[in-house]
Design a protein around this ligand. Structure first.
Ligand SMILES: NC(=O)c1ccc[n+]([C@@H]2O[C@H](COP(=O)([O-])OP(=O)(O)OC[C@H]3O[C@@H](n4cnc5c(N)ncnc54)[C@H](OP(=O)(O)O)[C@@H]3O)[C@@H](O)[C@H]2O)c1
Length: 278
């Protein structure tokens, strides 16, 4: 298959290129192609002539989105609308990557694929708009929601925790935000399986199991051997930041499991990552 990856320099785009070895893979990212500029995007998609577009590009800075919701919509809403229109124009399938932040996070049991969206922040709203365009414009599309992604070299929670722990010996981490830490390599492998199925629809691909940010930080410290660091639980309300995350936005993978696609438990994935990269 000829596959075009948008956002190919990001965490997931990079992981996908390592996994999709049996395919002819091309990609683009900023600054070469800006997906919010329709003409340039159409030229890039036309010359790649893909069978499938895997859309990883996004404005992922959630606090930046909260400070400038119009920019969040432009990148994630309009940008995805343009990518979906290009898929339509050039006859490609599309796999769109979305987030647990499209949910309100007020359901302690977490979310299944078909539950109604009700985002509580600007990033989540812009990604909900993106899903809307993919669903309304395309028949041959997959939407894959994920959460708390990490990858080598990425700006992610694991490195933030380890850097702070090594520099100061103490941490304060929120206990009332629950999600699924997900290793980009595992997500990339699940996506590689999904694109062979033509089982279009919405999927929740996360490492299995859910945890709070505070417990996640404890496990990072334990696995990295930083056992003398103090980690104080705090509440989201006490941690000043521009964006408010959904409190209980753990994703359940029901649809993927039914067709044999499951990701391993988050603790196992984290152990491999810490051993190799931290
Ligand atoms: N990271 C997470 O925890 C997380 C959780 C759930 C879902 N997701 C979703 O998963 C997908 C991949 O995330 P990721 O962590 O791999 O993101 P990432 O590392 O931030 O990569 C996204 C890439 O898209 C590029 N980009 C931004 N705006 C663009 C534009 N207008 N045109 C072209 N490229 C543009 C970015 O370039 P710059 O770096 O130059 O801006 C970046 O290289 C995204 O759809 C994200 O919403 C991520």
């Amino acid at each position: 298959m000829k596959i075009l990856i948008t956002g190919n320099k990001g965490q997931l785009g990079t992981a996908l290129q390592a996994v999709l070895t049996g395919h002819e893979v091309t990609g683009f990212d900023l600054p070469e192609v800006d997906m919010t500029e329709k003409d340039g995007l159409f030229t890039a998609v036309s010359s790649a002539n893909p069978d499938l577009i895997i859309h990883c590009a996004a404005y992922t800075n959630v606090d930046g989105c909260a400070k400038d919701p119009a920019l969040a919509y432009k990148a994630n809403g309009l940008g995805t609308q343009n990518v979906a229109l290009a898929a339509l124009e050039f006859g490609a399938e599309m796999l769109h990557v979305s987030t647990n932040e499209v949910f309100a996070g007020d359901r302690r049991d977490g979310y299944e694929e078909w539950m109604p969206l009700n985002p509580g922040n600007a990033y989540g709203r812009s990604k909900a708009a993106a899903e809307f365009y993919v669903r309304t414009l395309l028949q041959r599309a997959y939407i894959v929601r994920t959460a708390w992604l990490y990858a080598p070299g990425g700006r992610n929670f694991i490195h933030a925790i380890l850097n702070r722990a090594r520099e100061t010996g103490q941490l304060s981490v929120v206990v009332d935000e629950v999600g699924n830490p997900t290793y980009a390599n595992d997500l990339a492998q699940a996506i590689a399986q999904l694109i062979e199925t033509q089982q279009y629809g919405t999927y929740h691909f996360v490492n299995s199991g859910a945890t709070s940010r505070w417990e996640f930080a404890n496990e990072i410290l334990r696995q990295a051997g930083l056992t003398d660091v103090t980690n104080t639980p705090i509440f989201v309300a006490d941690y000043k930041r521009a964006s408010t995350p959904p409190p209980y936005a753990a994703l359940h993978n029901i649809a993927g499991k039914a067709i044999g696609i499951e990701l391993r438990p988050w603790q196992e994935a984290l152990a491999e990552y810490i051993q190799e990269y931290a």
